[in-house]
Design a protein around this ligand. Structure first.
Ligand SMILES: *Cc1c(COP(=O)(O)O)cnc(C)c1O
Length: 475
């Protein structure tokens, strides 16, 4: 059995220690196991630099160590926690790792972790004002702070969700409800989840237009205008333009202000997917102005605002549009509704039961303040610029797209195109670092995403050198 005898009951009155949860675990056990758990997480954080950036185990091994028949009898909870930490959580991508540069890292902050734990510990649930006024207020304050930092006007109404995919889904639903069904415009660089969102929303392929991109992989506005004219001429009805602020591939930002002017002139809805790049608005006034000119904006605090999974965010800048799409009012929920016009967050999205995601974001903003966050975002931008400089020092590297919003892509001259994907797999298998391979206009390339402020320039140098050695050896 776990040693769950309370060794330090100084602040735990006897009667509280005798209390149990719904399944009979005592408060004393919660306390002891919780202390172990905090230590385990702290040890993980302290030693992360010397651990692999990514690790994978075979399914047979994992299913054997974690599976077996349905447990009938009780077991030692500390043993079970150890199995989770050592046999499950060891095998994954460590998005917090300073040499995790693949896809989009998740460099979470300790305040984010603590805020999440607190909300889980209290089982907080901000669906309605009556049932969760405290956590609802926290979320609304966090959203207001975040909206202001992103450059959004005070009228923006927000909601926290699981991530960009769901936030985009809800933003597009709101757009199609407010503006009426019709053709949606995007590019080949638009995140794949948007195409899936449109399918889920019942938008048929005939109503999706893929607009060409310019040399910088941004939506070509002249091409968009031509497509809009063509569609109008052929009797189709344009409705929503989907722009991206920070593409996942290269960090490219569509020309938001020009797109906004075009949409305004034609009565279209401008939805901006800034899931990845949104936080750069904290340090880039032109991006902030661009986001502020949209009708809806998505950003993912679990990417570049240092929140643990999950935390995505949708803002709609047309007041009332969110609730027009999502409010519901069945008889069994009437009692929980705010009685003085307070916000019932369940009316702003498709989740009724929902996690109190505002706590972690609030705690991070309240503890560190905006200036600290700006510094951390700026650091991510500078790290990509450092990587680009390093790559340019070696003639055999070709910079395919320059450092842009914390992303740089590059290729090795004189090697087989497919070797880039092999190198990405090899460095992940080694565990030293994780990078992504991608294809940009038929050019195979490697990609670093450098948004973790704990990354050092020598982490980047050593990763680039590792890749060069591997590619040259294999060539
Ligand atoms: C990550 C990302 C998404 C999807 O967000 P999830 O949080 O993974 O659901 C959408 N768009 C862009 C641009 C992204 O980078």
């Amino acid at each position: 059995m776990v040693d769950a005898t309370p060794d330090a009951t100084v602040d735990a009155p006897t009667e509280a220690a005798e209390a149990t949860d719904a399944l009979g675990m005592s408060v004393a056990q919660l306390r002891a196991l919780g202390h172990w758990l905090v230590d385990r997480v702290a040890d993980h954080a302290a030693s992360i630099h010397s651990q692999p950036a990514i690790a994978e185990a075979p399914a047979t091994q994992l299913l054997e160590s974690l599976g077996g028949p349905v447990p009938e009898a009780p077991a030692d909870p500390l043993d079970a926690l150890r199995v989770l930490a050592d046999h499950a959580l060891a095998f994954m991508q460590h998005g917090d790792h300073p040499r995790y540069f693949a896809r989009v890292p998740g460099p979470s902050s300790f305040t984010g972790i603590l805020g999440d734990w607190l909300g889980t510990g209290f089982n907080a649930m901000p669906a309605s004002w009556g049932g969760g006024s405290g956590p609802s207020a926290v979320e609304l304050v966090a959203l207001r702070w975040l909206g202001e930092l992103l450059g959004l006007p005070p009228r923006a109404e927000g909601v926290l969700v699981s991530g960009g995919s769901v936030a985009n889904l809800m933003g597009l639903r709101t757009a199609l409800d407010a503006n009426g069904p019709g053709v949606c415009y995007l590019t080949g660089q638009t995140h794949a989840s948007i195409r899936r969102d449109l399918r889920v929303l019942g938008v048929v392929d005939r109503d999706v237009r893929v607009v060409a991109t310019d040399a910088g992989l941004r939506m070509d506005v002249a091409e968009l205008e031509r497509a809009l004219d063509d569609d109008r001429a052929s009797g189709a009805r344009p409705s929503v333009v989907v722009a991206t602020a920070g593409t996942t591939n290269t960090g490219a930002v569509d020309d938001l202000e020009r797109l906004a002017a075009c949409c305004r002139a034609r009565g279209l809805w401008l939805h901006v997917d800034a899931a990845y790049g949104g936080p750069v608005a904290l340090v880039d006034p032109s991006l902030a102005a661009g986001l502020g000119s949209a009708d809806s904006v998505v950003t993912d605090p679990h990417k570049w605002l240092f929140q643990p999974y999950d935390c995505g965010c949708l803002f709609v800048l047309r007041p009332g549009a969110l609730t027009a799409s999502f409010a519901m009012n069945p008889e069994y929920l009437v009692d929980s509704r705010g009685r003085h016009g307070e916000v019932d967050l369940r009316d702003r999205g498709i989740e009724l039961t929902r996690r109190a995601r505002g706590l972690k974001l609030w705690l991070t903003l309240r503890t560190h303040g905006a200036e600290r966050l700006r510094g951390a975002v700026r650091r991510g931008l500078e790290l990509a610029e450092h990587a680009e400089r390093r790559l340019r020092e070696d003639d055999r590297w070709e910079v395919v797209t320059p450092a842009q919003l914390g992303i740089v892509t590059f290729a090795r001259r004189g090697v087989d195109e497919g070797a880039h994907g092999d190198a990405a797999r090899a460095i992940a298998a080694d565990g030293y670092a994780a990078v992504t391979s991608t294809v940009l206009g038929h050019r195979h390339a490697l990609r670093l995403c450098t948004i973790n402020p704990r990354t050092t320039p020598s982490d980047l140098d050593a990763t680039i050198d590792w890749l060069a050695a591997h590619l040259d050896h294999g060539a």
